[in-house]
Design a protein around this ligand. Structure first.
Ligand code: ADP
Ligand code: MG
Length: 700
């Protein structure tokens, strides 16, 4: 493959004012080697240095202020860590202090009494007087008196700072670079898009993201570059999806006899409109002749199981088999028991394969899958083993997809020889639309956004640890009315021992508080057999209280359990708390979720708890989560398609994302191979990005 060497591949050593020593610092500290690396090193914010304020105009509301004044006098005051240099700084409206704790000797030499300076920093009021600690201080010149521009602030390392490489210096390098680079910056978006969204050119955007001419230019630069990032991100995902659709055929499932029979004779309830819509979308895939790759999102309790089962019926009716894979044994069991009720009614064979399936049972299952005798298999990772072979696997459903990697999914694909099985991944973790579009933009998306009618919303309250006795009282009352209760403890790997002790202590104190009620305990250290045993006792109603770790987080369905007490709720994430809460509210009774916390809480934790108290809507909660934590944390994975987003923020730039996605869709629909002359800039950019990637894969 021939590599194009361009102007931007020039080593930064060749940039005026950089030199070998600084170049090597930039290499090692910031991974900046070439002109391209440098120009793509965007500042994370800008300081507004266009305006001056007088000392009389200072206020604490100003995040920072720029003042022209004269140094009158200074003195070193205080002792030890409080030792500081305090200079009196005045203008025609008043006087303020400039303070240095560090570099005292340097400033003693540098300051000239009576000389004029520009001081810049955050003003703080002490009594009636303002001061700025560690101001940026420049002697006033005819040039800087006019006011400067927006100063870019770059992320730097401690070492760079020590070596006197600061944002000012980087900005100077950038200026040098931009002067020579500007004519080399090619447009990367077609004219039609620039006009449609009134965006500035790539070259202007690059220049103004670093050294904006004004606030307005900075805004335009950001908007343009964010659009570009999101556009190429979506273009790639949508293109992948299109390629997928043309390359991978799928079995056609047209027969509907079984399904109709199930509908007429056994359907336990009326499907919600959302369930019907999703089933229509799935059905469309299954008769399309292309492989289905669909993400099914639905809040806890929205009824994904029945949708999964009906989808399986479509496969089975056409001579294919179906499998469903869950991340834990408990979940797999839940699915198994849930689906078995339906399967038995129709006389279908359903099996279960997990880590604790005994050798003999395993062999029988393997045989039945291979002969085609078994219609549905439910299991965990055990399904992935090579010995698990099917006669004709037509449909794979993966539950809680974020717990499985791409490689594991691929192994399921390969379970069918001639033609890949249809894939559906289900998740009860609602993801904000923007995130879903970037993380799973290559999958088709179905959303069950409606709960079955008549569900009573779960009442959620927040109680401090000091009110535990009241909470126990409430639990007792509910148990006496025939209900069951979960009490959940956090279990986080780093402090597993301590957490485990918390759980056991909690179990003990609950046992003491409820001497007349049988209590179960469930945690990750138990064997599969013991877990099953405890879970079964709870499902049957033999135990009234289940003290557990988050192993019960997903999927567990005990309709009679109406109270969920979460201990140390401050230690759980929003999404996780919402998942936990979803374990109750599954029956006809009013359900409750009690979030127990310490009295002292951070602001963010308070927002989390308040959000849960306020709403039951998983998508609303996911949105708050996105705002609080940012997209990186939420997705929790590096391989996700958001690594290439530098400026775009999925929490804030939803509107730009929508526009970018729509544009990408339109362009690919009109010109799937990007051969039209007006799409040349896109074709080039895709090529450049591909080269970048191959370069990277060669290096790493
Ligand atoms: P989840 O989406 O969390 O997996 P489930 O499939 O377990 O939800 O469904 C939750 C409960 O709601 C189950 O008891 C199920 O039988 C019931 N359910 C599902 N769909 C409907 C519906 N359309 N009407 C009434 N109940 C329903
Ligand atoms: Mg479920």
């Amino acid at each position: 493959m021939t590599e194009r060497v361009t102007f931007f591949d020039t080593k930064i050593d060749f940039l005026k004012g950089v030199g070998p020593q600084r170049a090597s610092l930039l290499n090692t500290e910031l991974n900046i080697f070439t002109y391209r690396d440098l120009i793509q090193y965007y500042p994370f914010r800008h300081e507004d240095r266009t305006r001056f304020v007088t000392i009389a105009e200072l206020s604490e509301a100003l995040p920072s202020a720029q003042v022209i004044g004269r140094i009158r006098d200074w003195a070193v005051v205080g002792e030890g860590p409080k030792k500081r240099l305090v200079a009196e700084f005045t203008d025609h409206t008043g006087s303020m202090d400039l303070v240095w704790f560090q570099g005292i000797t340097h400033f003693e030499k540098f300051l000239r009494p009576g000389a004029e300076y520009i001081a810049y920093g955050k003003p703080i009021a002490f009594g009636s007087k303002y001061s700025i600690t560690h101001p940026e201080l420049d002697p006033l010149t005819a040039e800087n008196e006019q006011g400067s521009t927006f100063h870019p602030i770059y992320n730097l390392t401690e070492k760079l700072r020590r070596m006197r490489v600061d944002s000012k210096l980087i900005a100077r390098m950038m200026q040098q670079l931009l002067e020579v680079a500007y004519p080399h910056i090619h447009e990367t978006l077609p004219n039609s898009l620039l006009e449609q969204y009134r965006m500035i050119s790539k070259a202007d955007a690059i220049e103004n993201i670093h050294l904006p001419k004004s606030q307005a230019w900075l805004k335009q630069a950001e908007r343009r570059l964010k659009f570009e990032e999101l556009f190429y991100n979506q273009l790639r995902l949508i293109k992948n999806k299109l390629i997928h659709k043309t390359e991978y055929p799928g079995q056609v499932f047209r027969n509907m006899k079984l399904l109709n029979r199930f509908y007429k004779e056994f359907m336990p309830f009326q499907l919600t409109e959302a369930q019907k819509r999703v089933l229509r979308e799935i059905h469309g895939d299954l008769v399309s002749g292309k492989q289905m790759n669909r993400l099914l999102q639905g809040d806890v309790g929205s009824g994904k199981t029945i949708v999964a089962f009906i989808t399986m019926l479509m496969a089975i009716d056409n001579g294919a088999q179906a499998c469903i894979m869950a991340p834990t044994e408990i979940l797999a069991d839940q699915h198994y028991y849930g689906l078995k009720v339906f399967a038995d009614q129709l006389g279908l064979t359903i099996g279960r394969l997990t880590g604790s399936t005994r050798t003999k049972g395993r062999r029988i299952i393997h045989e039945q899958l291979q002969s085609g005798l078994m219609h549905i298999i439910v299991g965990t990772h055990a399904l992935l083993e090579d010995v698990v072979q099917f006669k004709n696997l037509g449909l794979c459903i993966i539950d809680e997809q974020h717990r499985f990697g791409v490689a594991q999914r691929a192994r399921l694909w390969n379970k069918n020889q001639d033609i890949y099985p249809h894939m559906m991944v289900m998740t009860a973790t609602p993801i904000p639309r923007t995130l879903a579009m970037t993380l799973y933009g290559n999958l088709d998306l179905s959303v069950i956004d409606e709960l079955p009618a008549g569900r009573k919303p779960i009442k959620t309250v927040h109680r401090y640890d000091t009110h535990r006795l009241e909470v126990f009282g409430f639990m007792r009352q509910q148990i006496e009315q025939g209900r069951q209760v979960y009490v959940v403890y956090p279990l986080i790997e780093e402090s597993e021992k301590l957490d485990f002790k918390d759980l056991m202590d909690g179990h003990e104190s609950i046992t003491r508080a409820f001497p007349n009620h049988p209590i179960g305990v469930l945690h990750g250290r138990m064997t599969g057999y013991d877990k099953d045993f405890e879970m079964e006792r709870f499902v049957k109603g033999e135990t009234k209280i289940m003290v557990a770790t988050t192993v019960i987080e997903v999927g567990v369905n005990v309709p009679n359990a109406s109270v969920m007490v979460v201990e140390s709720a401050e230690r759980f994430g929003l999404a996780q708390l919402h998942q936990l809460r979803g374990r109750v509210g599954r029956g006809a009774e009013q359900s409750y979720c009690i979030l127990m916390t310490d009295y002292k809480l951070s602001k963010e934790t308070r927002t989390r708890i308040e959000t849960l108290v306020k709403t039951n809507n998983g998508f609303e909660i996911a949105d708050v989560d996105l705002q609080l934590r940012g997209p990186g944390d939420l997705s929790g994975t590096q391989q996700s398609g958001i690594a290439d987003l530098i400026l775009a923020d999925l929490a804030k730039d939803g509107a730009i994302l929508m526009a970018a996605r729509e544009s990408a869709q339109q362009i690919l629909a009109e010109d799937p191979d990007l051969v039209l002359p007006q799409h040349a800039p896109i074709r080039n950019q895709v090529e450049v990005q591909r080269e970048d990637e191959t370069n990277w894969s060669r290096i790493s």
